[in-house]
Design a protein around this ligand. Structure first.
Ligand SMILES: C[S@@+](CC[C@H](N)C(=O)[O-])C[C@H]1O[C@@H](n2cnc3c(N)ncnc32)[C@H](O)[C@@H]1O
Ligand SMILES: [Mg+2]
Length: 216
């Protein structure tokens, strides 16, 4: 693992950020990606949109599909109110391990739980195993061919409530046309598009907010 960029990114944070200060962890992650190696964190530019949508939603229960190294988990957690929970799902055990260390260093581990495995595996267990009745906010940022399937699973297992906010990354690049078409046309969501750029690059990208209207 020492030769992986995820480990180098973690080491950079451990050496340069302030323990217990989530903003400094976010800042040092962005600094690493801008000055050393590109990684797939949502990044500082789209991160400002993520912040705005989280603040507006003021969620108590948050789901994240795709933790990677914990950048967005730390970014979201720093905005949550006391007692709020973030459950973040990550398929890759190396990523999950780095993320847990990042989250612990940032001092937000009391509100963030990394679930190691696929979203498909955890969504059906949210109510019984994790005590989650419904979620207030979902950040969707895992593999792009899973956005639509896992969104439909969130509906099927009644994890969404009227007003639940989905925020999906990368809807332009690399793009998720099946997901976008579904949320924009099925009648169950009110959608807003937030144009931006791919993290740490000039390539156009966007986030899509889809507010669930209920099981119509
Ligand atoms: C773009 S990265 C997430 C970036 C993270 N949200 C951030 O901004 O810091 C996508 C992550 O999703 C994970 N992943 C892919 N498919 C998944 C699935 N079906 N369930 C859970 N995690 C998945 C990948 O291993 C990868 O770490
Ligand atoms: Mg992304």
């Amino acid at each position: 693992m020492e030769d992986m960029k995820e480990q180098r990114m973690l080491d950079y944070v451990l050496e340069n950020a302030v323990r217990g200060d989530p903003q400094s962890v976010v800042d040092k992650l962005d600094q690493f990606c801008r000055s050393k190696e590109w990684t797939m964190n949502v990044g500082d530019e789209k991160g400002l949109i993520l912040d705005k949508v989280v603040i507006e939603a003021d969620p108590s229960i948050v789901l994240e599909l795709g933790t990677y190294c914990g950048y967005s988990a730390v970014r979201i957690a720093r905005l949550l109110k006391p007692g709020a929970r973030l459950l973040s799902m990550e398929l890759n055990p190396v990523h999950a391990s780095v993320a847990r260390k990042m989250i612990e260093f940032a001092g937000v581990h009391h509100m963030v739980e990394v679930l190691e495995g696929s979203a498909e595996e955890f969504i059906p267990k949210l109510k019984q195993t994790y005590g989650v009745e419904t979620v207030d906010f979902v950040f969707i940022d895992h593999w792009k061919d899973r956005y639509l399937i896992d969104t439909k699973m969130l509906e099927e297992f009644r994890v969404l409530r009227e007003g639940s906010v989905l925020l999906a990354d990368n809807v332009v690049y690399p793009g998720v046309p099946d997901f976008l078409q579904y949320v924009r046309t099925c009648g169950r969501y009110e959608c807003t598009n937030y144009p931006s750029h791919v993290q740490y690059m000039n390539q156009e990208d966007a986030l899509e907010k889809a507010v669930f209207l209920g099981y119509l």
